[in-house]
Structures are given as C-alpha cells and as structure tokens.
Design a protein around this ligand. Structure first.
Ligand SMILES: Nc1ncnc2c1ncn2[C@@H]1O[C@H](COP(=O)(O)OP(=O)(O)O)[C@@H](O)[C@H]1O
Ligand SMILES: [Mg+2]
Length: 380
C-alpha cells in the first residue's frame, strides 16, 4: 500500500468511522480492499511514533505477543490541511469487539465472562513469560517497583484536591475505614514479603506492551476467544515488571468505569464548611450483570474469600508473582490518579455532595487497594 498516496486520495476518508477521539484520533477507513485502522496524533507526535516503533520491536522480539499485534501497514506525516505535520500510522483492522465491549453486554457470550477472562489471562501470562529480564537489576526487582510507586505517590501529593485527600490519616470508603497511603506504603516496604522480592533474579524487562486493559484486547471470534488480538502498547513506559501489563487487565473495571462516566461519588468533604469530613461513597452506574461480568478481574467487586488473580490462572498463586502483581496494580492505580487528574468536578443533582471526578474515583480505588496490599504484605 502506498501510504502517502492513500492519504492524498480524496476517496480515502469517504467511508470512515471514528473509533475514538482521545489523545489520538482513531479511525476505521473502509477501503476497496477492506478496512484499515488509522491513528493520528493530536498533540504528541513523538509518542505516536514511539508507539508504532514499539509495535514493530515487540513483533520482532517476542513471537507469541508479536503474533497477536495487528501488522503496521504504513506510517508517516500528514502533508496538508488541519492535521498537517501530525504523525499517523495505519494498522490491519481486526473485526470483532473489544473485551470491554463484550464485558459490557448483558449476555457476555458462551461460557460467560469467567471462561473468557481465564482464556485471556492465561494467554497473557504465556506472553509475559517470553520477556527478557534486565540482568543489571538482579536483586533489585522489588526495590525498582518501590521507587516507582514512591515517585507516583509523591506526584499525587502535589495535585489539587488529591493532595488534600492524601494528607488525611483515615478515609472511609463505602463504610470501610482506610489508613492513609503513606501508612500503607511504609507497612508494605518494611515487610519481609517485600524484602523477599529483592532476593530473586531480575523481574524487570526493558521492552514490553504494558497496556492489556479490556479496551486494548480485541476478540475477533467469540467462539475462538483464544485467538484474541492486542493493540495500543503504552509507549510512555519503557521499563517495568511484565506483570504491570497484566495489572492493566485487572485495572479494566476502574478504567472503563471512569472512561464511560459510570460512577457517582457522594461525600460532604467538598462542602466549604466540611473540614472534618472523610467519608466517601462510590456508586457504580452499570447494570448488575455488567458488574458481575467484570468481577473476576477485580478484587473490589469480587467475593472477598477468593483470591482473584489465582482464580484466573493458577500460576498467580505463587507468592512472589502475587506480590509483584499487587505492587504493579498499585503502581497502575497511582499513575491513573495523576494521568486522569482534573480540577473540574462534574456536579450532579446541582449538589456539591454528588459528583464525578475521575482523579478522586481512582484515588479512592487506589487507597482501598493499598489497604488490602498492606494487610497481605503485613501478614507475611
Ligand atoms: N487495529 C485495530 N483493529 C480494530 N479496532 C481497533 C484497532 N485499533 C484500535 N481499534 C479500536 O479503537 C479504539 C482506540 O484505539 P487505541 O489504539 O486503543 O487508542 P487509544 O490510545 O486512544 O486508547 C480501541 O479501543 C479499539 O476499539
Ligand atoms: Mg487504547
């Protein structure tokens, strides 16, 4: 395909569909010889270029992961018009539905969501096992995660509203009293379970996808879900624990809930005279069936007696892997708070008591999870 010519042809955009208009513009182009995905940078050309390069590197380095990434068909810079000088890449278009789309259906397909999520999780772990580790970080794997978690924590202390919430010694979320992030992190990083993570080999890889949340997994044929594809590596992250990619799958519920505005936060904390209030209630505005579909992924929704990750794949019953996944998920949530931080509160019912603010939602989710992790690490 002659890419530059393709984008100059007047017919190219006659039949298009906008798939997403977020940090990039993502289009489906219906061409004579089939559909093509076209992703165009809005503001950050370098990031989109890195993303395309990352897809090529992953394809050449990791055979299992590479086979699931749709082929890049071309890339370049738009030559004229409003999008002039913006970077784009074209990719093979995969027909089907994202995993998020399937989970958000009232009927999540044959075998239900548990079977589907087990299939996806197991294949992702197979793919993560083919990653090369950075031997220079031997004996420092836990420490590496701790440094990044510390950095993400300090970043959110500087954010308006969030910094205030982080300064409270105790927060009550949906009736559960929670210790501060500071307290949780101290407890985690002084525990023997954490120090054990620094004794093994390296668990840090210098090349990865890092971004397997449910909107980046495409199920072509639901009867053959094991043939799923993955798209959209996170090119902002260069180095991490491969389990960070899997943590993003566990992050699908908070991510998709935030992205679709399917939640409400209720609290008196934002009333100007409510200096002492630390009580918050989160309500998820999804149909019950959708929450059930996501629940195998997410401890907060799940039956507390079952350990969610090992319920999805037995390999995650290993104490070292489970601890790394816990820290990776915590890192993912803390990063999510800063990435989504916005001082704008979407006030509902004309009341300061009821609102949507994704940074606040993810902060409350993160502090809840941090308390779980502190409890687990504190016991070991
Ligand atoms: N190659 C593709 N085949 C089919 N659908 C795609 C493809 N690439 C992207 N999409 C759809 O477009 C959405 C947004 O694309 P994505 O690359 O994930 O953008 P973003 O970086 O903004 O999340 C995806 O969630 C998916 O629904
Ligand atoms: Mg995406």
């Amino acid at each position: 395909m002659n890419v530059q010519r393709l984008l100059q042809e007047p017919e190219t955009f006659h039949n298009h569909k906008v798939l997403k208009n977020g940090s990039a513009l993502v289009l489906r182009l219906d061409m004579d010889d089939g559909p093509v995905m076209c992703k165009i940078a809005h503001a950050n050309n370098a990031l989109l270029e890195r993303e395309a390069a990352r897809i090529q590197q992953l394809k050449s380095r990791y055979p299992m992961l590479g086979a699931r990434l749709p082929a890049i068909l071309g890339q370049g810079v738009i030559g004229a018009g409003l999008h002039r000088d913006k970077t784009f890449y074209l990719q093979e278009f995969i027909e089907g539905s994202t995993l998020a789309g399937v989970l958000q259906r009232e009927q999540p397909g044959p075998g239900g969501s548990v079977k589907l999520l087990r299939t996806v999780t197991s294949a992702l772990i197979d793919m993560l096992e083919e990653h090369d580790f950075d031997t220079g970080l031997q004996g420092r794997g836990g420490q590496w995660l701790a440094e990044y978690i510390g950095e993400a924590y300090h970043r959110l202390l500087g954010l308006e509203h969030i910094g205030y919430l982080a300064s409270l010694d105790e927060i009550v979320v949906n009736g559960r009293p929670l210790r501060s992030l500071k307290w949780c992190l101290a407890r985690i990083f002084e525990s023997p379970a954490f120090h054990r993570l620094n004794r093994g080999g390296s668990n840090i890889a210098v090349l990865g996808h890092w971004n397997f949340h449910a909107e980046n997994i495409i199920i072509g044929d639901e009867a053959r879900a094991e043939r799923f594809h993955v798209i959209d590596p996170d090119a902002k992250i260069d180095v991490s624990d491969p389990l960070f990619g899997l943590a993003r799958l566990l992050y699908s519920f908070p991510h998709d809930t935030a992205e679709n505005g399917r939640y409400t936060v209720e609290t008196d904390a934002f009333l100007p005279n409510a200096a002492e209030c630390n009580r918050f209630d989160i309500t998820y505005d999804w149909p019950r069936q959708v929450i059930d579909n996501y629940s195998p992924l997410y401890t907060d929704l799940a039956d507390k007696t079952r350990n969610v990750p090992s319920f999805l794949d037995q390999r995650l019953a290993d104490a070292g892997l489970a601890a790394r996944l816990d820290l990776s998920f915590l890192l993912c949530l803390l990063r999510g708070v800063s990435i989504n931080h916005d001082t704008y509160f979407k006030v509902l019912d004309d009341s300061l008591r009821t609102f949507r603010n994704t940074g606040v939602l993810l902060f409350l989710t993160a502090i809840n999870y941090a308390n779980d992790v502190a409890e687990r690490f504190g016991k070991n």
